[in-house]
Design a protein around this ligand. Sequence first.
Ligand code: C6P
Length: 404
Amino acid sequence: MDVAQIRRRFPVLNQEVNGKPLVYLDNAATTQKPDAVIQALTKYYETDNANIHRGAHTLAARSTEFYETTRKTVQRFLHAKEAEEIIFTKGTTEGINLVAATYGRKFIQQGDEIIISTLEHHSNIVPWQMLCEEKGAKLRVIPIRDSGELMLEEFDNLLSEKTKLVAVIHVSNALGTINPVDDIIAKAHAVGAKVLIDGAQSTSHLDVDVQQLDCDFLVCSAHKLYGPTGVGVLYGKRELLEAMPPYQGGGEMIKEVTFEKTTYNEIPFKFEAGTPNIGDVIAFNEAISFISEVGKQAIRSHEDELLAYAISQLSHIKGFIPVGTAKERVSVLSFLINRMHPFDVGMMLDASGIAVRTGHHCTQPLMKRLGLEGTVRASFSVYNTKSEIDRLAETLERIAKRKN
Ligand code: C6P
């Protein structure tokens, strides 16, 4: 893989921040966009802009075709059986809320149980809490070890005939842990529960095959996959999507409307009320093409190499404390320096042109379990280099020395 050539395709990387060349290590928050994505967005507004699925004119037909092309690309990307099983949303958060508000409201009853894990992002906690409150259902939580790995034996104990849904994060955004979701899905299915996988962080690092996993729902965000913000994907098995009531009412999601009664459109349109984010969905196609062109395997091995290198370089720093040491993990490195406040470390890194995320990473219950307020998180992507990690290590060394 030619990283220098890949970097040239990401215009944002070519700049100085605070007088230093930018080192962008906040990829778990959002990845940067290759020029093909940026150009696709501009081209759409310059040459194709029209509303989809309704106009009789050429531009409308063209926009519809491009929009539906992305749906087919996503279908192949996630290895879904049918394009109709791919619903476009605003992002992972909206995908989870959609399932909670439709599948959840229809099928979760008083006394039922929903299982999540300690590693969850707030967006895979709060919608289920809201649903449980409304329905009188119970939220159960799989505990973790100090390493950031799930205690699967506890999951076995939590599962029962009361379990109706298991909603788990595939890859932890805060610690990088890869969860054994195939095992979790099989065990949940054995008691008759459905499974939603939060794929926000896994789809960018792993080859995720929804049919092989046999998950019932999977959600992810385009902006973590080199695509635009404001676009997400909900995958759902056809029979479940068909059994679910619509999420929002409005244009596009209907078959026929009278003042007495409305009949709903087929999937996926039943869940895409109103004018969607057409331009960004179209540009998302280029992001997936970029991933396919570079190759998931090549991306993963480059990122794994960067993670191993970062661990080896940062471990020399006096006061470096890694947070999350799971055996199976992606290129996310959470840490503390000398018990300094993570925000202060982040600000000092930014002063040297290095972008990381600090804080609780929208995982407050996880941080509480670890006894921390937050961490510093460096997350590596396809365009990062070992020399950027050297810059991170040198700067952190200076920061740590200043504190000693
Ligand atoms: N995590 C991070 O810095 P949205 O915001 O809807 O695109 O994705 C929400 C979300 C859900 N699940 C996981 C595992 C996630 O990592 C995220 C987003 C970002 O870690 C922003 S908080």
